[in-house]
Write a protein that binds this ligand. Structure first.
Ligand SMILES: Cc1cc2nc3c(=O)[nH]c(=O)nc-3n(C[C@H](O)[C@H](O)[C@H](O)COP(=O)(O)OP(=O)(O)OC[C@H]3O[C@@H](n4cnc5c(N)ncnc54)[C@H](O)[C@@H]3O)c2cc1C
Length: 388
């Protein structure tokens, strides 16, 4: 991580996030066990100002670019992966909105004001029980019907990370009369909207990735943010969606936490049969070397692509799709390999429910199922190499 710090502002950010991560880390295991949504961890981050990291300075935020967002997310995930995932979606979307100007100015300004006050969080809810990943472009089963002054939306979204704390839900719905897919802003507390507790997973257990149920929810015309042909990209994607790199940064943070634990462990674990730390044993050193190689590969790719993205024009950003997907592919797969190597190094105790590596193992797996998925990435790369 040290090598990725470019200047004093990066260092100050990472040091500050480190104190937040350490505080969250005190309760992360407890939340993982219960599977309850970590509402007080999120409230703590909001009151500390973490949720306004990517709000532009002009609106009272910290104005972090993508590179700094990833630095922060990687560090936060050491302490609490589930909390980092909730924040990653919110911060990434907030950053993207500032670049794409996909929302009317007044709406974005109001949203930013509430984020800075610590009372607003956004997430996009695209996945549905039968749709699979929205990144594959399927038409939503959720429907919006035009009524006087707006729309009535009915449907169900699943895997909605952070939904118990989200105030601004971005909901995709099919508008049959236009044969278009709309993206609507639906506020928490809207009549007919409720969060159904459905999240019971082995990974990211405290992330509150529950279901959002909408029954005839009225949404005024002003909150129809986009209307596109099914499968077509929205205005929010006009920045090439580099913000999605918050995902690999988070899982790299999980893997680096496993790596740090393991380095410490091999230096201090002295089995009676050996009489000295296992860090002296050749096969242990070899695994540590492999772990370091995976970590270095992931970091080299992630930071290089993030830097290139920040420096690119909007047009160049849009043409980075395959490289952004590739970064996610390399980093999340390396993160899974790192935790696997850490467990092989630590030995049998790593599978005990009380062991930190057991939790990192479960959490890091989730990265494979966040977009873009590996099959999509390798297809994009093949298309680039061979033509469609
Ligand atoms: C921790 C976590 C948090 C998440 N948070 C959110 C969130 O906040 N908001 C949100 O909207 N979603 C969220 N998701 C959901 C995520 O974006 C995916 O929708 C979900 O993981 C299912 O993706 P999938 O690719 O496994 O499913 P599917 O798309 O159903 O794919 C299942 C299998 O079928 C294959 N397949 C399916 N369709 C095709 C096709 N057309 N062509 C080729 N192969 C196909 C896939 O390759 C895969 O092997 C989250 C997921 C996780 C793990």
């Amino acid at each position: 991580m040290q090598a990725q710090i470019r200047h004093a502002a990066d260092q100050e950010l990472v040091t500050w996030v480190g104190t937040l991560a350490d505080e969250l880390g005190k309760k992360a295991e407890q939340y993982d066990r219960s599977g309850d949504f970590l509402s007080d961890q999120i409230a703590y981050l909001q009151s500390a100002g973490y949720s306004s990291l990517t709000v532009p300075k002009a609106y009272g935020g910290r104005g972090c670019d993508l590179y700094q967002l990833l630095l922060a997310q990687e560090r936060l995930a050491h302490g609490d992966p589930s909390a980092a995932l909730v924040m990653g979606w919110h911060l990434g979307i907030t950053l993207s909105l500032s670049m794409t100007e996909a929302w009317p100015e007044e709406l974005y300004a109001d949203f930013c004001r509430d984020v800075v006050l610590g009372i607003a969080l956004v997430n996009a809810c695209g996945t549905e029980p039968d749709s699979g990943s929205p990144s594959r472009g399927g038409r939503p089963a959720t429907e919006a019907v035009r009524v006087e002054g707006g729309y009535r939306i009915t449907g169900e979204k699943t895997w909605a990370t952070g939904s118990p704390a989200i105030t601004h839900f971005l909901i995709t719905a099919y508008v049959a009369e236009d044969d278009r897919v709309g993206e609507f802003l639906v506020h928490k507390g809207s009549e007919g909207l409720h969060v159904k507790k459905s999240w019971d997973s082995m990974s990211m257990r405290a992330s509150g990735s529950d279901s959002v149920v909408l029954q005839d929810v009225f949404v005024p015309d002003a909150y129809l943010l986009d209307l596109v042909i099914p499968g077509q990209k929205t205005k929010r994607s006009s920045d090439g969606s580099g913000w999605l790199l918050h995902i690999p940064a988070t899982y790299l943070g999980v893997a680096n936490a496993a790596r740090d634990y393991t380095i410490d462990f091999v230096k201090t674990y002295v089995p009676s049969s050996l009489g000295k730390p296992i860090a002296t044993v050749p096969h242990v050193r070899e695994k540590i070397g492999q772990l370091e190689a995976q970590g270095a590969m992931a970091e080299t790719v992630l930071w290089a692509i993030a830097r290139r993205y920040d420096e690119a024009t909007m047009e160049q950003k849009r043409s980075m799709r395959e490289d952004l997907s590739l970064a996610k592919y390399i980093v999340t797969n390396a993160a899974v390999a790192m935790v696997d190597l850490a467990m092989r190094t630590a030995g049998g105790q790593s599978i005990l429910r009380t062991h930190p590596l057991e939790r990192y193992y479960r959490d890091v797996r989730a990265g494979l199922h966040n977009p873009p998925m590996d099959d999509v990435t390798v297809r994009q790369l093949a298309d680039r190499a061979l033509g469609k």
